[in-house]
Design a protein around this ligand. Structure first.
Ligand code: ACM
Length: 569
């Protein structure tokens, strides 16, 4: 008890020094231009957030909640006709967009007597808001006291009530001009191998927002489960959303945990998540992965497979399944099914991009099926690649009919790209460049630099894919557009993302170990100018970022400290 009281006082006293010495800043991703100035703006309970219209509200609300949640300061807000007031204000200014302005551009000006965030679009203003958040002290005595108190209560110990918290947050004076390098900056999440709650998916979306990312690629179907409510095909949920167990340990596993596992998101829950993301200027790109990775579908509707008479179940293990059938067989009934489920998907998701999977389709099931070979011959498709392309064509027609664009993994290149295909380049960056050469949009996520389900160091002692080692420094050195790529090809490379496959990531602590700090490095690749790339400068900024992870109460890997020799601040 005594030591808890003293901890409390230490923290409160510490708060004064923590907050008063912070004259530097660590903005990630690095902005295009920063001009430092003398002095600080003081953010206090007297600070008022000023705005003119509804379009500024997403930024105002996000900032207000962040400051309240993590610093315990309740800011005032005020809607005004003109943003001319002077004093302890933060102005959220939406101005007319300049004709050549990059989507998402903003300026942020912090002066001793006030802060002005300004942009030509609401998303630009939201990015300005994220920058302002990063100008706040990364440590918070309020949060530390709150956590110590919660811990004491959990342990059944007494904790003295906090005295009124009167923090003043110094915000260093700067003038920032900024805009993103790429239009697509994202993170992927596989909710099939392990499912995450609606609340946690929202948390994950907040992580994207805090890194100025704008696409959340949601991997919703695979061999181990179907995670979207389907009104038209209810067996996808009653059968396809559940597996009988899960292998234990690294594939092929040391045994099976036979607990039934699964679930799916209702249409209402998905709409709630889409709305949550939209308020953060994040588009949710849904993926239905076909014609391979379809074991959950054919477990529900075996007639859609090449072996309709063999009973099937969603997979309890991982991998590409050469031994278990997991591909769709072509038939008009299957194409009607695909038309229906993709239409159901597009009824829910407003995203311009719809992901059709198209990866790792094991053609052996088609090769050994006389009915499929007959289908290939009748439709002049030549072989399995021709058939996979035909699947893409049929689904593409459904997606294009609704004015959307379809995205697929880079195996689509082997089949010959269907008109309008957007290629997600995962096996390496070369596939994306090849797609770009063919005049197709490409989204980069080269496995070697962007898959966050792998080891962070040699001899990793935690459960994850061990075939590769991907420390944060290597992520930082990913370059989506090598110098050898000419500008007329580079323009098709619209950005990139990190991928989080969850075979070995069954809960948020494991997941956060996978993504932090790697997604922080990735955010700088796709936002900041190439000329600003500087690992040493980034390393110093990461020290503050680790304090932010603590502020957010998230888990992370410590590999950075082991390899860099740097110490926590
Ligand atoms: C993939 O990792 N199979 C896209």
């Amino acid at each position: 008890m005594k030591h808890l009281i003293s901890l409390l006082f230490t923290l409160v006293i510490a708060s004064a020094s923590i907050y008063s010495v912070n004259m530097s800043y660590s903005i990630i991703p690095e902005p295009v231009k920063i001009r430092s100035m003398e002095g600080n703006f003081s953010l206090t309970t007297e600070t008022t957030l000023l705005y003119k219209g509804l379009e500024e509200m997403n930024s105002v609300n996000f900032f207000r909640k962040y400051v309240l949640d993590f610093y315990g300061i309740e800011l005032k807000i005020q809607k005004v006709k003109a943003l001319t007031k002077k004093g302890n204000y933060i102005k959220f200014v939406l101005k007319k967009r300049a004709s050549k302005e990059v989507e998402g551009a903003y300026t942020a000006g912090v002066a001793k007597n006030g802060v002005t965030l300004s942009a030509g679009t609401p998303e630009g203003l939201f990015y300005a808001t994220q920058t302002l958040i990063q100008l706040l002290p990364p440590k918070s005595a309020f949060t530390e006291v709150k956590r110590a108190k919660a811990q004491a209560e959990k342990n059944g110990e007494l904790f003295m009530t906090s005295p009124p918290f009167t923090a003043v947050l110094p915000v260093p004076c700067v003038a920032i001009t900024d805009y993103p390098r790429f239009e697509y900056r994202g993170m992927h999440l596989d909710v099939v191998r392990h499912i995450y709650s609606v609340d946690y998916v929202k948390n994950y979306i907040d992580f994207l927002a805090l890194h100025k990312m704008n696409y959340f690629h949601w991997h919703l179907t695979d061999d181990q489960g179907w995670r979207i409510e389907s009104k038209k095909y209810p067996l996808l949920n009653s059968i396809g959303s559940w597996r009988d167990g899960t292998i234990i340990g690294i594939f092929p596993g040391t045994g099976v945990d036979s607990t039934r596992y699964g679930g799916f998101y209702t249409v209402e829950q998905i709409k709630d998540i889409i709305d949550y993301a939209a308020k953060r200027y994040i588009t949710v790109v849904p993926e239905i992965d076909v014609p391979g990775h379809s074991m959950a579908i054919i477990a529900s509707y075996p007639q859609f497979s090449t072996t309709p008479n063999i009973p099937k179940k969603p997979a309890i293990t991982w991998g590409i399944f050469n031994r278990q059938n997991n591909v769709l067989a072509p038939s008009e009934e299957v194409f009607r099914f695909l038309e229906d489920v993709f239409n159901e998907l597009m009824d829910i998701f407003p995203s311009k991009y719809i992901h059709i999977g198209a990866d790792e389709c094991s053609k052996r099931w088609w090769n050994r099926s006389p009915a499929v070979q007959d289908y290939i011959a009748k439709n002049n498709l030549v072989d399995g690649n021709g058939l996979q392309k035909y699947f893409a064509q049929r689904i593409a027609a459904v997606i294009k009919a609704r004015g959307r664009e379809f995205v697929g993994w880079d195996e689509m290149l082997e089949d010959g790209l269907v008109e309008g295909a957007v290629v997600m380049s995962w096996r390496d960056g070369k596939h994306g460049i090849e797609a770009a050469k063919q005049g197709h949009k490409a989204i980069m996520t080269p496995i070697e630099y962007s898959y966050f389900n792998v080891s962070q160091k040699k001899d990793e002692d935690t459960l994850c894919h061990k075939q590769w080692v991907l420390p944060v420094k290597k992520v930082y050195y990913c370059e989506p557009v090598p110098d050898s790529v000419s500008a007329d090809i580079a323009k098709y490379i619209i950005g990139g993302q990190g991928c989080m496959w969850t075979e070995y990531f069954p809960n948020r602590y494991r997941l956060e170990w996978g993504i932090f700090p790697r997604m922080t490095a990735l955010s700088e690749i796709y936002w900041s100018p190439k000329s600003k790339k500087n690992w040493n400068a980034f390393s110093v900024k990461l020290l503050d970022q680790f304090d932010r992870y603590d502020l957010w109460n998230v888990n992370y890997s410590n590999e950075f400290f082991e390899s860099s020799g740097l110490k926590r601040k």
